[in-house]
Design a protein around this ligand. Sequence first.
Ligand SMILES: Nc1ncnc2c1ncn2[C@@H]1O[C@H](COP(=O)(O)OP(=O)(O)OP(=O)(O)O)[C@@H](O)[C@H]1O
Ligand SMILES: [Mg+2]
Length: 224
Amino acid sequence: MRDSLENEIPYIKFKDVSFSYPGKKENCIVNCNFSINKTGFWMVVGKNGSGKSTLLKLINGLIKPQNGFIDSKANIGMVFQNPDHQILMPNCRSELLININQDISQKEINKKIEYVLDQVGMTGFEKRPVHTLSGGQKQRLTIACALISNRNFFLLDEPTALLDQTSQLKVLQTIKNLTSDHKNPLSALWITHRYEELNYADAVAELKNGFLSGWQEPSKFQYN
Ligand SMILES: Nc1ncnc2c1ncn2[C@@H]1O[C@H](COP(=O)(O)OP(=O)(O)OP(=O)(O)O)[C@@H](O)[C@H]1O
Ligand SMILES: [Mg+2]
């Protein structure tokens, strides 16, 4: 059903990337090298101001590095901390509709809407006004929007920062399911400062003062 870049595995590769904001002497991202070339659940953990959101802006091309290069082939979908900043329409169906970027029949549209709502655990929510959704449901609606527009690489910038624990776990589990779907797994890069979330990841790296560590297994992750 999901027809993301058919059979193509998205990838992102950073080679010696450094970035500083205009007028700042110090680099915000320092000599960063990493690649993501497999589907799965990737997490970057770091404290406030460590450069996490800047790293995502480099990945999605909003800003360009002063040094090094970024090679990527990915159809990127963004999920931000506050879903109210990205949901535009009054109900779930209309929000999903504006994210469909294909010319398809009404029947196919209905099928897709049903499918993506099911994928995020929101079956039956189609007619629900957005203002009646909980924070976690809104966040899962933004994930459904990325799915319906055939994104194959999700960048999530602290998507659970405003959620209570129950909603946090539901959003984590939603991404876990999507990235471990045995038929058509997605890639997701999840940014967090919450160490308890790392157990859900397939691989974890730490961003500290602009320096990114290598990928580690969550069970072997060393807290610094
Ligand atoms: N547009 C900008 N211009 C100048 N400096 C910036 C800009 N955006 C971010 N910075 C600075 O870059 C550094 C890294 O910011 P960034 O937002 O990437 O951190 P973060 O790890 O995402 O933090 P948080 O956990 O608070 O979201 C900070 O010192 C911040 O003040
Ligand atoms: Mg940030």
